[in-house]
Design a protein around this ligand. Structure first.
Ligand code: TYD
Ligand code: MG
Length: 449
């Protein structure tokens, strides 16, 4: 469905909104809107400028004070930019942004939270749990976006958070909050206000289980930066990464742990990811997974059990791709002679991390075989590779980065695709052409310790 572009419009009676001014119009006081915008310090005055006259410091990132987040952002939030923070409900978006607001309130002036989902009282209670209430944290307890220009003028904030973009509404646009038209219109307004006031805005966007921003994917094109918060709500680990970033690279991964006092930076992810691992237990394989551009070792587990009489066989996938699990079971049966007939199969990635990339196939396949035969894989082995329908092991991206991380953490052996480069010093690489060969090698290696 093609939506007509949201009409540019004013923001109620609150004063000059960006939509009130157009090229050639005369703004308030009878002067050119370009001068008006220049006076307000907005970029993009419509005049050509020598490049060496451009002030680079004007768009330098301002640190949020949360080091893990600043690393992902390449320094912090850029004034005048709009960042969309997406994630499933309950993952910790409001918590993270309340911590950012608390951290940035003060030195550079007040900060403003537009809270459309939670009341001011609820936010206060949550803020008090996170730490002492900071001075200068202003809250606009409203879902009506037309109140924002006045609040901006009254408070002059150094940061504005809108929680969430799906819960606010622009009264001049049709549709209910959260509808495609409203979400786009509101984002449009926010983008203009951010530029006009030269203030960074962060918008919360709820993401559906399928991983798309509920309703408006198009929103991603309207903003400068898109951050994704991921993690299983039943586990502590949360990852934050940029999937779009106009001001820097998108490769960094921020790691947080959700505890009673909010999100804390994680310095040793392996305490969470591999801390409870039982080396030598069947049904476990370690995968150097890519999260963004960073390799992270994740334990993939499988359990097989005889299906109860009369019941259909169960297939359960947690943190791994259910479709690829089905594919691997078929390939194991047809290409490797491992038929799990009348067998319940459970597979998961440990620690609340999701490994949906095809590179996880080999780890999943070997964990399944290991569980089925009751034979453990060697404890210092990592495995990665995509499994094709012919049972062949196919190459995957970032092999050197995966191997380097595995070596750094102390793994000494790797089963990898044939085209994979040689590993770092101290790591023995075994290239495997097929899943059948990998199963034979891994099970054989395990049976002769
Ligand atoms: P929240 O930030 O409300 O998620 P979102 O805004 O993405 O929907 O976080 C929700 C969960 O985090 C909630 O289940 C409670 C938990 N939580 C903690 O464990 N510790 C805390 O200090 C806070 C504030 C929340
Ligand atoms: Mg929330």
């Amino acid at each position: 469905m093609v939506e007509p572009p949201a009409p540019r419009r004013g923001l109620g009676a609150g004063g000059p909104g960006p939509g009130d001014l157009g090229p050639g119009d005369l703004g308030p006081g009878g002067f050119d809107p370009a001068d008006f915008l220049a006076l307000l310090g907005a970029p993009g005055t419509g005049r050509a400028l020598a490049l060496d006259q451009v002030d680079p410091a004007r768009s330098s990132p301002v640190p949020t004070g949360l080091a893990e987040l600043d690393r992902v952002l390449g320094g912090g939030l850029v004034p005048g930019s709009v960042t969309l923070l997406g994630g499933e409900p309950g993952v910790g978006k409001s918590t993270l942004l309340l911590q950012v607001l608390s951290s940035m309130a003060g030195p550079d002036g007040p900060v403003l939270l537009v809270s459309a989902e939670e009341s001011a009282q609820q936010v206060r209670r949550r803020a008090e749990r996170l730490g002492p209430l900071p001075a200068g944290l202003m809250i606009l307890d409203s879902s009506d976006l037309s109140a924002l220009p006045t609040a901006l003028r009254d408070t002059g904030p150094a940061l504005v958070v809108v929680d969430s973009i799906q819960a606010v509404a622009d009264p001049g646009s049709p549709g209910s909050p959260g509808s495609l038209g409203q979400v786009r219109a509101c984002t449009d307004v926010v983008v203009h206000l951010a530029k006009l006031h030269h203030v960074p805005f962060v918008l919360v966007g709820h993401v559906t289980k399928e991983g798309t921003l509920a309703g408006p994917r198009t929103l991603e094109h309207l903003v400068d930066t898109v951050l994704a918060v991921e993690g299983d709500r039943h586990h502590a680990l949360r990852t934050v990464r940029a999937t779009k970033h106009r001001f820097g690279p998108t490769g960094e991964l921020g790691l947080f742990e959700m505890n009673e006092t909010g999100l804390a930076a994680v310095t040793d992810p392996y305490q969470l990811l591999l801390g409870d691992r039982r080396p030598g237990a069947p049904g476990s394989a370690v995968l150097p997974a890519m999260q963004g551009q960073r390799a992270l070792l994740v334990e993939v587990q499988a359990l097989t059990a005889k299906t109860a009489a009369e019941s259909p066989s169960r297939r359960s996938a947690q943190g791994v791709d259910g479709g690829r699990l089905a594919l691997l079971l078929a390939v194991l049966e047809q290409r490797a002679g491992v038929a799990m007939v009348r067998t319940d199969v459970f597979a998961s990635a440990v620690g609340g991390i999701r490994v949906l990339e095809p590179a996880a196939d080999l780890a999943l396949g070997l964990a399944l075989a290991s569980a089925f035969f009751g034979r453990p894989l060697p404890p210092d082995l990592v495995v990665f590779g995509e499994v094709g329908l012919g049972g062949e092991i196919r190459q995957v991206p970032h092999a050197p980065r995966r191997l380097a991380e595995a070596a750094r953490v102390g793994f000494r052996h790797a089963l990898v695709p044939e085209s994979c480069p040689h590993g770092p010093p101290g790591m023995e690489i075994v290239h495997v052409p097929t899943l059948a060969r990998a199963v034979g090698l891994a099970m054989g290696a395990a049976s002769s310790p």
